[in-house]
Design a protein around this ligand. Sequence first.
Ligand SMILES: [Zn+2]
Ligand SMILES: [Zn+2]
Length: 355
Amino acid sequence: MNAVVKERREVGAKITKVSLPKIKDHEVLVEVEAASICGTDVHIWDWNEWAQKRIKRIPIIFGHEVAGKVIEIGTNVTNVQVGDKVSAETHIADNACYQCKTNRKHVCKNMEILGVDRDGVFAEQFALPEENAWKNDHHLDPSIASIQEPLGNAVQSVLPKEHIEDIAGKNVAVLGTGPIGLMTIAVLRELGAARIFATAGGLNKVRMDLARKMGADMVLSAREEGERLVKTIIDATDGNGVDVALEMSGDPSAVRQAFELLTPGGRVSLLGILDKPMELDLNASMIFKSANVFGITGRRMFETWYQVRGLLAKPSFREKISAIVTHRIPIRDISRGMDLINSKQAAKVVLDPTW
Ligand SMILES: [Zn+2]
Ligand SMILES: [Zn+2]
């Protein structure tokens, strides 16, 4: 079959023929109908510092955001059938460690990630454990189905655990307008947030326009606002600051702003990944502010997926989210897809299986 393979420890990847994946007894074989490009894939393509440290296995087929059809099942598979439409929960847990046994599978100690630790989805077919196959509605557009995984990141940032579902009527700031930041704005609007403030690092018109379209009331460019940014938002909340701040950029100055913007006793979710360690004044940011802080990784398995399904069941939400897919291109043009993301002309790029 055709696959996008990272063959060497250098920039780029090769589209080449590989043998078909063999499934184990508890796995299913999935034929890819759509795959979307994640920031992680761009890192692997660009072979940046993170990828150089993180990717142990070369050659590897990368890619993990996907929608497809089950074409074969292993002998021990009981809940998934041939013909089912599925997406992948990309965190593959061992179901044996302390985290797994205490309801925290998404941070399994021995976790494998699809397309990072084992062969992924930028291929005609891929193998997936039954447990990680999330069954989709047959009518769901594959391009939307493929972005449920990052949408789950957005939902988990907004609703990090049970009983935190306190968004209605609250003022919220979203720092960062990449695909997950944009999805987060749409989720917040759907859940009845009062005012939504979005901040973009640069002056990217495509993403700032999308932030407004997703439902942000005020979209500010950090570059344009500079020092005024925090004050502008605090002034717009009657001097209180926001109830919830969601950091989706991984930029150290945005992380600091998330805490500066926050009303005392408020909540912060940190999803954006930083390039390197940063300094933060814990006294002012967290301790004296009595801030509730959540680190967000992956999706709660599988509570978050049910929440995503519930949101996507609503046609207006589905339609709104579909605007984040700015490009749909054949997978043979994956190199162009990477350029579109690196040059920030695209939000989400979906790859069709045309080789
Ligand atoms: Zn991803
Ligand atoms: Zn585990």
